[in-house]
Design a protein around this ligand. Sequence first.
Ligand SMILES: [Zn+2]
Length: 128
Amino acid sequence: MIIIRTKYLPPSRNYSAINLFGVFFVHPDVQVNKRLINHESIHTAQMRELLYLPFYIIYLVEWLIRLFLKGNAYFNISFEREAYKNESNYDYLEQRKHYSWTKYLRMKNGAKRPKPRKRFRRKLNKKY
Ligand SMILES: [Zn+2]
């Protein structure tokens, strides 16, 4: 995975990293750890199986729909739910079946928001 540190991407300070077509952009002060790389690698697998562009279209449409539904729209996107649920399972990508993210499209009652990355979030609150 190619990792580029830049203060310009993602454009918002609310997000510390963005994966664009398998290239991972992070703000300079963000700690890149094994779990974060695994999370982004899961997104890269999702992108590849959808031939990249449809991934972004589905991601955006799902986020827009989930804005009107219960819970946090970002954390409830199926791609994010798959990535957060499995980011600590470092063998996940070897076992993962294609289109596994579709299992996360349907929200079950009581779906939990994934645990925030404490060290990661703390850094986001820093003033620049
Ligand atoms: Zn993600």
